[in-house]
Design a protein around this ligand. Structure first.
Ligand code: GTP
Ligand code: MG
Length: 314
C-alpha cells in the first residue's frame, strides 16, 4: 500500500467483535444502513466476516469488519486467519451483551482477542460497549456499568489504560453517543474542522454549532459558546441525531425513496428565544446552527456557511 496516496492514507480498518447475539450487526445496520431498532429482529447470525466500506466525511473510508461471534468463527480468527483479521487495525469495537449469563467466559474470550490484537496491531484503539442496557433496571445501570468496566479493564492487557467504555442500547440515543465518539477518534482532520467551526461561531455570534454527517446523522463535532454551556439537555446532540434519522425514515416512507437517499435541504425553527436551522454544509455534512433571535444574525449565518464549506472540502 502506497503511503503517498492521500485517499488510502485515510482508510481505517475497524473490527466489530463480540459474542454471537451481542448486537453487533444490529447496531451496524442502525448506524450505517438506515435500519430502525424494531427492524433488526429479522437479522440472522453473521457468517464469518461481513465487510462494509463506509465513506464518512468524504475523505475517511471506514473498512468495517463485522465479525460473526459464533465460537467456530472466533476460533478461526484467532488461528488460521489471525494475521488477516488482526493486522492493520485502527480500532477494535468489542460488544458485550450486558445480560449474558456467561460474563466471565465472555471476558476470557475478549482477553484472547486482545492478545491477538496486541501482537498484530499494537497501536490500535479499543472501545468496549456494554450493550443492551435497556434490559437492565435503570437504577442498576450505572453500578453495573462501573463494575463490569473495571473487570473488563483488568483483562485488557496492554490496552488496559487506553480502553474506553460505553453503555449502549439500540433503543435510545446512547448508541449514537458511543458511535459519535468512536468515529471522531478516526476523523483525520478533526482539529481543523473544529477550528473552522469556532471561527464561524465567533463571526456570527452563534450559541452553538453542531456538525452532523449526512448519511448516518452522527455528530462529528460541536462548538458551544457562552451561557449555552449550561444547557440543561446534555444529550441534545444525540437527540437531534435521532430526530434527523427518524425524519429521514419518514421522508423515505412518504416519497417511496430508499432511506439512504432520502434527505432534506434545510429546516428552520424561529422562536422569540432562539433561532435554529439545519442546512447542508458539504456533500457529507449538515450544519445545525443555534443563534440568538435576530434576523440579522440568521442571515449572516446562512451567508457565512458556504465559506466554511469550501474550506472543509479542500
Ligand atoms: P452474530 O452475528 O452471531 O455474531 O451476532 P450479533 O452480535 O451480530 O447479534 P445481532 O445484531 O444479530 O443481534 C442479536 C439480537 O440482539 C437481535 O435479536 C437484536 O434484536 C437484539 N439486540 C441488539 N441490540 C439490542 C439492544 O440494545 N437491546 C436489546 N434488548 N436487544 C438488542
Ligand atoms: Mg452479526
Amino acid at each position: 500500500m502506497s503511503t503517498k496516496d492521500p485517499a488510502l492514507k485515510k482508510t481505517r480498518k475497524v473490527l466489530l467483535m463480540g459474542k454471537s447475539g451481542a448486537g453487533k450487526s444490529s447496531m451496524r445496520n442502525i448506524v450505517f444502513s438506515n435500519y430502525v431498532a424494531k427492524d433488526v429482529r429479522r437479522l440472522g447470525a453473521t457468517i464469518d466476516v461481513e465487510h462494509a466500506s463506509i465513506r464518512f466525511m468524504g475523505n475517511l473510508l471506514l473498512n468495517l469488519w463485522d465479525c460473526g461471534g459464533q465460537d467456530m468463527f472466533v476460533e478461526s480468527y484467532l488461528t488460521s486467519q489471525r494475521g488477516h483479521v488482526f493486522g492493520s487495525v485502527a480500532v477494535l469495537i468489542y460488544v458485550f451483551d450486558v445480560e449474558s449469563r456467561e460474563f466471565v467466559a465472555d471476558v476470557v474470550s475478549y482477553g484472547e482477542v486482545l492478545r491477538a490484537l496486541g501482537e498484530e496491531s499494537p497501536g490500535a484503539k479499543v472501545f468496549v460497549l456494554l450493550h443492551k442496557m435497556d434490559l437492565v433496571q435503570s437504577r442498576l445501570r450505572l453500578p453495573l456499568f462501573k463494575e463490569r468496566s473495571e473487570f473488563i479493564r483488568q483483562s485488557s492487557l496492554k490496552f488496559s489504560t487506553s480502553v474506553e467504555f460505553f453503555a449502549t442500547s439500540i433503543w435510545d440515543q446512547s448508541l449514537y453517543k458511543a458511535w459519535t465518539q468512536m468515529i471522531y477518534f478516526l476523523i483525520p482532520n478533526a482539529a481543523t474542522i473544529e477550528l473552522l467551526l469556532k471561527q464561524l461561531a465567533n463571526a456570527i455570534d452563534a450559541r452553538e454549532l453542531i456538525l452532523y454527517e449526512r448519511t448516518t446523522c452522527l455528530m462529528v463535532t460541536h462548538v458551544t459558546r457562552g451561557g449555552e454551556d449550561k444547557n440543561p439537555f446534555p444529550d441534545r446532540f444525540e437527540r437531534i441525531s435521532s430526530i434527523l434519522k427518524t425524519h429521514k425514515q419518514s421522508i423515505a416512507r412518504h416519497t417511496h425513496m430508499p432511506p439512504s437517499l432520502a434527505n432534506f435541504k434545510e429546516m428552520q425553527i424561529k422562536t422569540g428565544r432562539f433561532m435554529f436551522f439545519i442546512t447542508r454544509l458539504t456533500e457529507n455534512t449538515n450544519l445545525a446552527v443555534c443563534i440568538p433571535p435576530s434576523e440579522q444574525i440568521f442571515n449572516a449565518a446562512r451567508y457565512f456557511s458556504p465559506f466554511v464549506s469550501s474550506v472543509l472540502c479542500s
